[in-house]
Design a protein around this ligand. Structure first.
Ligand SMILES: NC(=O)c1ccc[n+]([C@@H]2O[C@H](COP(=O)([O-])OP(=O)(O)OC[C@H]3O[C@@H](n4cnc5c(N)ncnc54)[C@H](O)[C@@H]3O)[C@@H](O)[C@H]2O)c1
Length: 385
C-alpha cells in the first residue's frame, strides 16, 4: 500500500513493479465524480511506462453496485479485450473499488487489479484486504430489496495507491463517512492502542483536510486493517477467535439501517446536499451502528459508561449522526440484522466494544457476542431520535 501526496503521477512505475505479469493494456474504471485531472494523471503515468489505457466512468450508488452495473463494466472490459496479462485499475471510492475489483476477479477467472482509492473510506478500509463484490436485489416485482455485498469474491489487488491529493475534491460529508471506519479501527486497538486518542486530538486538522494529518490517518488505519486481514485473509477464523470478523464492529446494526428504504438524515448533518434531508450513507450507518454496539455492550456490563460516551462524543465531533428519526420497530430491525452475513447458525452474532483498560491510551477492545434481545434493543434505543 503506497500512501502519499501526488502518487497518481507515479502510477505507471508503481503498477509496473507490482504486477506479476507485465501488462500491455490497462482499463481504468473511474468514479465519475473524481476530477478529470486525477484520471489524466493516472492515465499519463501508465502510458509513460508503455501501457495503453482505456477508461469508463461509473456514477456510483448502491443501486448501481448490482449485477446490472457489474455487467456494464464487464462488457467494457471485454470490448477493450482485457486479458489475464492486463490490469484493471479501480479509481474511485468503495463502490467503484468493489465493482471493478469483482469484475477483475471474475473476468477470465481473474485479471490483475490495482486499487486507487479516492475517498477516505476506501483508503482506510475498502481498498485493503481483497474483498470485492456487489449487492443482490432480492425484491419481487418492482420492489427493490438490496442485500448488501451478498455476492462477491476475495481478489487481492497487486498494489494499492492512496494519493491523499484526490481527497481535495471529496465532499465533507464523504470525508466524515470515512472517519466512521477510522473510529471503528480506533476501538479495535489491534496494533495501535493510541489511534482513538490520536483521532480525538487531531479531529479538527483531519476535518480541515490537513495533508500531513490525512497521510498519518490513512497510514495508521491501513496498518490496523492490514494486521487483522493478514491474520485471517478469507474470514475463516472460528467463532470466538475473532479474526477478520472483528472489522464488522458496528456493521450488523449499520447494514440493517443503511438498506432501509426511505430513511432520511436531517439537513444539518447532510450538509452538501442540495435539498435538505438526504438518504443515509454507509459511513453514517456505521457510525450509528458503532454507537448501538457500544450501548448494547454497556447493557451487557461489558463497556463502561465512560467508553460508551467517549465513542458517541467522538462520532459527534466528527460531524457524524448519533441518532436518527424514522427507524422501524425493534422487531423489524432485528429481523433485518439477522439477514446480515455475520449471522452464523441462525443466531445474531455481534462484535461489541469492551473495556480492556481504564487508561486513556488503551480505550477498548472488542468481543464477539450472541447478546440477548434486551441488550440489542438497548443499542437500538440509543440511536432513535
Ligand atoms: N471491500 C471492502 O472491504 C469494503 C469495506 C468497506 C466498505 N465497502 C463498500 O464501500 C462502499 C462505500 O464506499 P465510499 O464511502 O467510498 O462511497 P462511494 O464509493 O459511494 O463514494 C462516495 C461519494 O464520493 C464520490 N467521490 C469519490 N471520490 C471522490 C473524490 N476524490 N472527489 C469527489 N467525489 C468523490 C463518489 O462519486 C460518491 O458520490 C460501500 O458500498 C461499502 O459496502 C467495501
Amino acid at each position: 500500500v503506497h500512501i502519499g501526496e501526488g502518487l497518481l503521477t507515479n502510477l505507471g512505475p508503481i503498477t509496473s513493479s507490482a504486477l506479476k505479469r507485465q501488462a500491455r493494456k490497462a482499463y481504468i474504471v473511474a468514479d465519475a465524480r473524481v476530477p478529470s485531472a486525477s484520471l489524466i494523471a493516472a492515465a499519463d503515468s501508465l502510458k509513460s511506462v508503455g501501457i495503453s489505457v482505456r477508461s469508463c466512468a461509473v456514477k456510483p450508488s448502491e443501486q448501481e453496485k448490482t449485477f446490472a452495473g457489474l455487467e456494464r463494466i464487464l462488457v467494457e472490459l471485454a470490448r477493450a479485450r482485457i486479458d489475464r496479462d492486463d490490469v484493471v485499475i479501480a479509481l474511485g471510492g468503495g463502490i467503484v473499488g468493489d465493482m471493478a475489483g469483482f469484475a477483475a476477479a471474475i473476468l477470465r477467472r481473474g485479471v490483475q487489479v490495482v486499487q486507487c482509492p479516492t475517498t477516505l473510506l476506501s483508503m482506510v478500509d475498502a481498498s485493503v484486504g481483497g474483498k470485492t463484490g456487489v449487492n443482490l436485489n432480492t425484491g419481487e416485482g418492482p420492489t427493490v430489496e438490496l442485500k448488501k455485498n451478498l455476492i462477491g469474491a476475495f481478489h487481492q489487488p497487486r498494489v494499492v495507491v492512496a494519493d491523499v491529493h484526490v481527497l481535495t475534491s471529496l465532499p465533507d460529508r464523504a470525508l466524515r463517512c470515512g472517519l466512521a471506519e477510522c473510529i471503528k479501527h480506533g476501538l479495535l486497538t489491534a496494533n495501535d492502542p493510541d489511534l482513538l486518542g490520536w483521532i480525538e486530538r487531531n479531529i479538527t486538522l483531519i476535518i480541515s483536510k490537513d495533508r500531513g494529518a490525512l497521510c498519518e490517518l490513512v497510514a495508521r488505519n491501513v496498518a490496523v486493517k492490514a494486521a487483522i486481514v493478514s491474520d485471517d485473509e478469507l474470514e475463516e477464523a472460528p467463532d470466538g477467535a475473532g479474526g477478520r470478523a472483528l472489522l464488522n464492529l458496528g456493521h450488523t446494526f449499520g447494514h440493517a439501517i443503511e438498506t432501509l428504504p426511505g430513511l432520511l438524515l436531517s439537513s444539518s448533518l447532510s450538509s452538501g446536499s442540495v435539498s435538505g434531508a438526504t438518504s443515509i450513507e454507509h459511513g453514517e450507518a456505521v457510525a450509528l451502528g458503532t454507537i448501538a454496539a457500544a450501548h448494547c455492550s454497556h447493557a451487557l456490563g461489558r463497556c463502561s459508561t465512560e467508553l460508551r460516551d467517549r465513542v458517541t462524543s467522538l462520532i459527534r465531533s466528527a460531524g457524524l449522526p448519533t441518532a436518527i428519526a424514522g427507524l422501524p420497530s425493534d422487531e423489524v430491525l432485528i429481523e433485518r440484522m439477522s439477514h446480515d452475513k455475520k449471522v452464523r447458525g441462525g443466531t445474531l452474532r455481534l462484535i461489541l466494544p469492551v473495556d480492556r483498560s481504564t487508561t486513556a491510551s488503551s480505550p477498548g477492545a472488542v468481543v464477539i457476542s450472541n447478546p440477548p434481545i434486551q441488550a440489542v434493543t438497548a443499542g437500538l434505543a440509543a440511536i432513535r431520535l
